[in-house]
Write a protein that binds this ligand. Structure first.
Ligand code: GLU
Length: 396
């Protein structure tokens, strides 16, 4: 998702409290992302079993209290590269595919073992970017996870790195976990990280760096704090965590970045440990809007005039007459970004015409469209039911 300079920033001064946040205590369906750096010892490439045991004890406690837990776990490549004795540093695509193929087996076994120790059933789900971007496959994956949760199993999700290619992959589990959270309509996404939240500046090098307790809008200012750090074992760094925050918030899901460097990291959240909470707007979001707003690769942009913007904000569809320009290369049914003349993203939607056809009818009345195009299409360019507006913007 791109920036929206119109959003507002609300920061609350750090105050580590002893009580859990209400977003945590009320969350019923929780997605927990576990990063490679937490699970796999960097020097030896060996799984940190004590830590995983403590995490699974927390998962069991939450499950016992009636919560539904989905885990999104990295670690396949980190484990497999060690087993295959691959060189240190960045891997070639084929090397990481091979490493993932080897490491994923160990990872799945480890989850199965620890889940079993608590009387739980672990279920492995490997997804590709296409599984979450294409609506039919997305719905299919959602049904599978829903069914597993109904059967009281603990889904353990990872990207199917063995078949992912450079162009078609998440590459980081921060965004993948947010997409999964959005897909299963989770209430809360936990990103267990090697740092306990988002800081105003890199805490290692800036003594004035301050951790944020709460983020209620993701502004360009917040994005600037993220920088783009990342290590060999943690693919994303803070940047992809902010991207994850956007996806989660757009789906009405709260997100927390908390330290996974402690034992019992989920219990720590229940005890109100220091963390950064990204609070989602409270407006209801439909399942279809979740899918639209969480798309990682919109195919193009549609620039609208002020009248069309106003009409959309009051719940109307977008008509060709209100469009001034289009960019990108999209087909009928693709997700496109809707922008103002100044470039602000207002929202996203499923477009009813392909790019070439759209270009021919923009600025024209809907009833002229059929004549221009030679076929009868929909009167709307983006129907209001196919639109997910940026709610921070919509509130203005
Ligand atoms: N899917 C990758 C793995 O399991 C990790 C991606 C990440 O670290 O975010 O190794």
């Amino acid at each position: 998702m791109s920036d929206d300079a119109n959003t507002t920033l609300a920061l609350v001064a750090s105050s580590a409290g002893a009580a859990a946040r209400p977003e945590w205590t009320t969350a019923q369906r929780i997605v927990v992302k576990i990063g490679s750096a937490l699970l796999v010892d960097r020097a030896t490439g060996i799984l940190k079993t004590d830590w995983l045991a403590s995490l699974m004890e927390d998962v069991a406690a939450l499950a016992k209290s009636g919560k539904e837990i989905v885990l999104v776990s990295s670690g396949a490549i980190a484990l497999g590269r060690h087993t295959l004795k691959l060189p240190k540093g960045a891997l070639e695509l084929e090397q990481s595919q091979a490493a993932a193929a080897v490491g994923q087996i160990s990872l799945a076994h480890a989850y199965q073992d620890f889940a079993r120790q608590h009387g739980l059933i672990a279920a492995q789900i490997l997804v590709t970017l296409g599984d979450t971007e294409e609506r039919r496959r997305y719905l299919n994956a959602r049904h599978t996870i829903d069914r597993l949760l109904a059967l009281k199993a603990i889904p353990v999700v990872n990207e199917n790195d063995t078949v992912a290619t450079t162009e078609i992959r998440y590459g980081d589990n921060d965004r993948l976990s947010a997409r999964v959270a959005s897909m299963v309509s989770a209430d809360c996404l936990v990103l267990l990280s090697d740092i306990d939240g988002l800081y105003t500046a890199p805490p290692g090098s800036d003594k004035d760096a301050r951790r944020l307790d709460l983020v209620t809008e993701i502004t360009p200012e917040i994005e600037a704090m993220a920088g783009d750090a990342g290590t060999e074992l943690s693919k994303g760094g803070m940047k992809t965590k902010i991207e994850a925050g956007k996806i989660a918030r757009a789906a009405g899901c709260d997100m927390v970045i908390a330290s996974g460097k402690v034992m019992h990291p989920l219990r720590a959240i229940s005890e109100g440990c220091p963390a950064t909470w990204f609070i989602a707007p409270s407006d209801p979001v439909t399942a279809k809007q979740r899918w639209i707003s969480g798309q990682l690769e919109p195919r193009g942009s549609i620039v609208v005039d002020a009248g069309a913007e106003k009409a959309m904000m009051s719940g109307k569809s977008l008509l060709p007459a209100g469009v001034t320009a289009v960019t990108g290369n999209f087909d009928r049914g693709d997700v496109v970004i809707i922008r103002t003349a100044t470039g602000h993203e207002i929202g996203r939607g499923l477009v009813a015409y392909a790019k070439a056809d759209t270009e021919r009818i923009i600025g024209r009345k809907s009833r002229e469209a059929a004549e221009i195009l030679g076929f009868e299409g929909r009167p709307e360019l983006i129907h209001r039911d196919d639109m997910a507006l940026n709610r921070a913007h919509a509130k203005k």
